[in-house]
Design a protein around this ligand. Structure first.
Ligand SMILES: NC(=O)C1=CN([C@@H]2O[C@H](COP(=O)(O)OP(=O)(O)OC[C@H]3O[C@@H](n4cnc5c(N)ncnc54)[C@H](OP(=O)(O)O)[C@@H]3O)[C@@H](O)[C@H]2O)C=CC1
Ligand SMILES: O=C(CO)COP(=O)(O)O
Length: 346
C-alpha cells in the first residue's frame, strides 16, 4: 500500500492518452480535471519534453498554445510508460495513422476500456474509427468505446461547457468511462450505437467541408443550412444501411457535432472547406485548415462505403469531386440544385 493510501488520501485512477495533438491534450485536461493521473503519449520525444518542461504547469504549445494543463498530466514518448498500470486507454491519433500505431502497440494494451477519439474513415479499407481499433488492436468489442460529439478542442481546453457521447455495446463500460471523464463542465451521454456514433463523426467532417465550400463560394445562411440538413440526411441514410440507429443522428454525435463544426471558425474541416470554396487547391486547403482535417482524406472512403451499400450521398459526391480537382464549387452547386426532386428526410 502506498503512503498516500495509508493516510487515507484518495487514490487517483491512472489513465493513458495516446496522441498529444489538440484533442488528445484537451482530453488529458478533462480526465485530469475529473480526478485522474494522466500519462499523455507524444510520438515526438521533443514534444513530450516540451510539454513536461515545467511539471507543475505542463503545456503543449504546438497544439494548445496558452493552455496550462493540470500538474497531474505528465507527458512521455515511451508508450510502455504511458500504459503502465492504467485503467483506461484513450486513443487520440488521427485516423489515417491509427492502424499503424495500434499494430506497433500490439499486445501492450492492457485489458481495460479503450476509447477512440478519431473521426474519419480509413482510406485504404473504408473502415470507421472503432472498426480500425477492433481490427488492429484485438481489443474485444465490449471494451471499445467511441467518444464523439460537439467537442472543439480549444473550447474544451478553455473549460467551456460541453457534452459528448460515449458509445459502447456494453453500456456498463460506457458508464465506467463516463465516471472517469465527467467534470462540472464536461457531461457525457451514453449510447450503445458505437457504429452510428462513428459514422456520424466521420460524415460530419465531410459535411463541414461542404458547408465551408458553400461559405467560401459566397453563399448565405440559407444555402449553408440546406447543405447541413441534407448532409445530415445522407449521413443518416448511410447509417441506417450500415445498421446504426436513426436516433443517433438526431443526437449530440449527429446534429450536435454538425452544428458546432459547421458554425465554428475553430473547425479545421470548416476552414479547409472555405479555402476550397474560394478556389484553393486541396493542398492549399489542408494548409489553411491548420491541423488535421479528417474530412479531406475520408470523403472518398465515405463515398466508396456508401456506393458499396447502395446509398445515395450527392453532397459527398460533390465534395469528393472538388477535393480530387475534377470540378469547381459553382459546378457542384449547380448539379446539386438541379437533381431530380425528392422527398425531404433521410
Ligand atoms: N481537435 C478537435 O477539436 C477534435 C478532433 N477530433 C479528432 O481527433 C483526432 C485527432 O485529431 P487532433 O488531435 O485534433 O489532431 P492534431 O492535428 O491536433 O494533431 C495531430 C496529431 O497526430 C500526430 N501525428 C501526425 N502524424 C502522425 C503519424 N504519422 N503517426 C502518428 N501520429 C501522427 C501528431 O503528432 P506530432 O505532433 O508528433 O506530429 C499529433 O499528435 C482526429 O481524428 C480528429 O478528427 C475529434 C474531436 C475534436
Ligand atoms: O470534431 C470536431 C468538433 O467536434 C473538430 O472539428 P475539426 O476536426 O473540423 O476541427
Amino acid at each position: 500500500m502506498t503512503a498516500a493510501a495509508h493516510q487515507g488520501a484518495p487514490v487517483r485512477p491512472r489513465v493513458a492518452v495516446l496522441g498529444a495533438g489538440a484533442w488528445g491534450s484537451a482530453m488529458a485536461l478533462v480526465l485530469a480535471d475529473a480526478g485522474a493521473d494522466v500519462r499523455l503519449w507524444a510520438r515526438r520525444p521533443e514534444l513530450a519534453a516540451r510539454i513536461g518542461r515545467d511539471p507543475l504547469r505542463p503545456q503543449n504549445p504546438d497544439y494548445l498554445p496558452g493552455v496550462v494543463l493540470p500538474p497531474t498530466v505528465s507527458a512521455t514518448a515511451d508508450v510502455g510508460v504511458a500504459l503502465d498500470g492504467v485503467e483506461l486507454v484513450v486513443l487520440a491519433v488521427p485516423l489515417q495513422r491509427l492502424r499503424e500505431q495500434l499494430t506497433g502497440w500490439a499486445g501492450r494494451i492492457p485489458a481495460v476500456p479503450v476509447v477512440s477519439l478519431a473521426k474519419g474513415v480509413e482510406t485504404a479499407t473504408g473502415r470507421f474509427a472503432t472498426e480500425v481499433v477492433l481490427e488492429a488492436s484485438g481489443v474485444p468489442e465490449d471494451r471499445v468505446v467511441a467518444l464523439s460529439g460537439p467537442n472543439l478542442a480549444a473550447e474544451i481546453a478553455a473549460r467551456d461547457p460541453a457534452a459528448t457521447v460515449l458509445a459502447c455495446v456494453d453500456e456498463d463500460v460506457a458508464h465506467r468511462v463516463a465516471d472517469l471523464c465527467t467534470t462540472p463542465v464536461f457531461r457525457p451521454y451514453l449510447s450503445t450505437d458505437r457504429i452510428g456514433v462513428d459514422i456520424a463523426g466521420a460524415c460530419k467532417n465531410v459535411v463541414a467541408l461542404a458547408v465551408g465550400i458553400t461559405e467560401g463560394a459566397g453563399h448565405g445562411a440559407n444555402a449553408r443550412a440546406a447543405i447541413l440538413t441534407r448532409g445530415l440526411a445522407e449521413t443518416t441514410r448511410l447509417g441506417l444501411a450500415l445498421g446504426a440507429n436513426e436516433s443517433t443522428f438526431a443526437g449530440l454525435a449527429g446534429v450536435g457535432d454538425l452544428v458546432a463544426t459547421c458554425a465554428s471558425p475553430l473547425s479545421r474541416n470548416h476552414r479547409a472547406g472555405i479555402a476550397l470554396g474560394r478556389g484553393a487547391s486541396t493542398a492549399e486547403a489542408l494548409l489553411a485548415a491548420r491541423g488535421t482535417a479528417e474530412g479531406v482524406a475520408s470523403a472518398p472512403a465515405v463515398l466508396a462505403r456508401a456506393r458499396a451499400a447502395g446509398v445515395r450521398m450527392p453532397i459527398t459526391v460533390e465534395v469528393v469531386a472538388l477535393v480530387e480537382g475534377r470540378t469547381t464549387a459553382a459546378e457542384g452547386a449547380e448539379r446539386l440544385l438541379s437533381r431530380t426532386r425528392t422527398l425531404d428526410g433521410p
